[in-house]
Design a protein around this ligand. Structure first.
Ligand code: BES
Ligand code: MN
Ligand code: ZN
Length: 511
């Protein structure tokens, strides 16, 4: 999709050449004397249309308007959320034959609204076609986004466009069937992304991973004939001495549960268990696009979790890369086993912060559903920066606790810890397990089990939390700039998630 940002009012929008012109009308709409204002005002007067969310009106060959089709779209208070759902609904309703669209946002719309519009168009126009023999692709090629002041919204526009490219990568990888999106394929995709962005990518196989003594990761992989991969991506947008942010993504390309096998219904959805990995790769795609001035490392442990004669089993004790031993009480709690070794590996980068992303627990789906991802963090500034990024990107999360008492269920006689606690607070005990491997740096964990994909009729990957991660990284770039400007006044760790710098930036785009 080719996006373009333009300064447009309704008068200008009337002469925009496109197949469909979407005119977003908010509740504060005041008609002027141009053709589109008159059309909207007449329609409102005749009660054919309202500015309320969900209301639309199609017009064909409206007088004084270049576009053959005009779609008036109500967006209520004009908040980013309303703009997102209004544009999403409108674009999803367009049928074939539409190649070029233009969107005229309300005059009060700021950068956040522009973002919402771009992400909604990208989201609504994605269609999965890769493994279909008669694909019905989306035909929209070009989208002009018009707002009152294009220059003021430029940064938001670019951020949304970069994020959209990353989200599309994450969705596509997530949707690919598990016989296609194997660990090997994820490694190849990582290399492709790195090449397109001109950064480094290393893909380790079973022999290298054995040398690293990643005993927990290897135990999960050993039941499958697909060889594991450990992907290391390195984006360098700042000086070599600048401590990187490390992103870690769970890359279970299929989770059968292993010997602790899952029930058959909906087991196919466990192809989405690499959603964390897909979001890390998607974020690197966005970095290739946006080229921010900071350093980012991406780590993806990728393998399948299958039962076989060689599979690991309940009761096995494995030794993680950290040296800590783990008794496997349930082979279906495999995500934490591959992540713990990646968290230990992350130490070598002396990171500013480490954020792991994982479809980790069914318990998180029960706790938060598909609306917010679960956020766990050992560092307040990091937590605040991620929460803020999620809000800005309309990809929100919710902070969860990490009290030590939650870790008590992981005790066992036979190893340093077990890989499962009891049923209560399952999302928290999983995070407590990971925390034992993340003591060397500020750490956050995103449980995206509820948000990475949708089930049911609209089954498919969402690309979340790429939007949040990209916005978080861009905010870190701001923080790095602020750090450079005042090198002695800011302690490095606090500055890592400097909320003040962030506020400055969003104040600029506030209404
Ligand atoms: N990949 C699953 C988590 C999951 C389940 C995500 C359902 C989305 C929907 C994970 O590997 C898993 O199986 N977790 C277990 C942990 C349990 C054995 C402690 C779970 O949540 O049931
Ligand atoms: Mn599992
Ligand atoms: Zn899993």
């Amino acid at each position: 999709m080719d996006f373009e940002l333009k300064t447009l009012n309704l008068d200008g929008a009337a002469s925009e050449k496109c197949d469909v012109l979407l005119v977003l009308v908010d509740e504060s709409f005041k008609p002027a004397s141009d053709a589109l204002s008159r059309l909207a005002a007449d329609a409102v007067k005749a009660r054919a249309f309202e500015a309320k969310p969900g209301k639309t009106l199609h017009a064909w060959r409206a007088t004084g308007v270049q576009a053959p089709r005009v779609l008036l779209v109500g967006c209520g208070d004009g908040s980013p959320r309303r703009i997102h759902s209004a544009v999403h609904g409108a674009v999803a309703s367009l049928r074939s034959g539409v190649r070029r669209i233009a969107i005229c946002l309300p005059q009060a719309a700021n950068g956040r609204a522009v973002r919402a519009a771009v992400s909604a168009v990208a989201e609504a126009s994605y269609v999965y076609i890769t493994t279909k023999s008669k694909p019905e692709a989306c035909e929209i090629e070009k989208c002009v986004v018009g707002c009152a002041d294009a220059a003021a919204s430029k940064a938001d526009f670019e951020a949304a466009r970069g994020a959209a490219a990353g989200i599309a990568v994450a969705r596509e990888l997530g949707n690919l069937p598990p016989n296609v999106a194997t660990p090997t394929r994820l490694g190849e995709e990582a290399k492709r992304i790195a090449k397109s962005g001109g950064f480094q990518c290393e893909v380790l196989g079973p022999r290298e991973v054995e040398k690293l003594r990643m005993g927990a990761f290897m135990a999960v992989a050993q039941g499958s004939d697909e060889p594991l991969r450990f992907i290391v991506l390195r984006y360098q947008g700042a000086g070599a001495s600048d401590a990187p942010v490390v992103l870690v993504g769970k890359g279970i390309t299929f989770d059968s549960g292993g010997i602790s096998i899952k029930p058959s219904p909906e087991m196919d959805e466990m192809k989405f268990d690499m959603g964390g990995a897909a979001s890390v790769l998607g974020t690197f795609r966005a970095l290739a696009e946006l080229k921010p001035r900071l350093n980012v490392v991406g780590l993806v442990p990728a393998c399948e979790n299958l039962p076989s004669g060689r599979a690991f089993k309940p009761g096995d004790v494995v030794t993680s890369m950290s040296g800590q031993t783990i008794e496997v009480l349930n082979t279906d709690a495999e995500g934490r086993l591959i992540l713990c070794d990646a968290l230990t590996y992350a130490e070598r980068f002396k990171p500013r912060a480490v954020v792991d992303v994982a479809t980790l627990t069914g318990a998180c789906v029960i706790a938060l559903g598909g609306v917010r991802s679960g956020l766990f963090a050992t560092d307040e500034a990091l937590a605040a920066a991620l929460q803020q990024a999620g809000d800005v990107a309309l990809d929100p999360c919710w902070r969860m606790p990490l009290d030590d008492e939650y870790g008590e269920g992981l005790k066992t006689q036979f190893a340093d810890m077990a890989n499962v606690g009891g049923r209560p607070a399952g999302a928290v005990t999983a995070a407590k397990f990971l925390q034992r491997f993340a003591g060397a740096y500020p750490w956050a964990h995103l449980d995206i089990a509820g948000t990475a994909w949708k089930g049911g009729a609209a089954k498919g990957s969402t690309g979340r939390p790429v939007g949040m991660l990209v916005e978080y990284l861009l905010s870190q770039q701001q923080a790095a700039v602020a750090r450079k400007a005042a090198p002695r006044s800011a302690a490095p760790r606090k500055a890592a998630a400097e909320p003040a710098a962030r506020r400055k930036r969003s104040a600029k785009t506030a209404a």
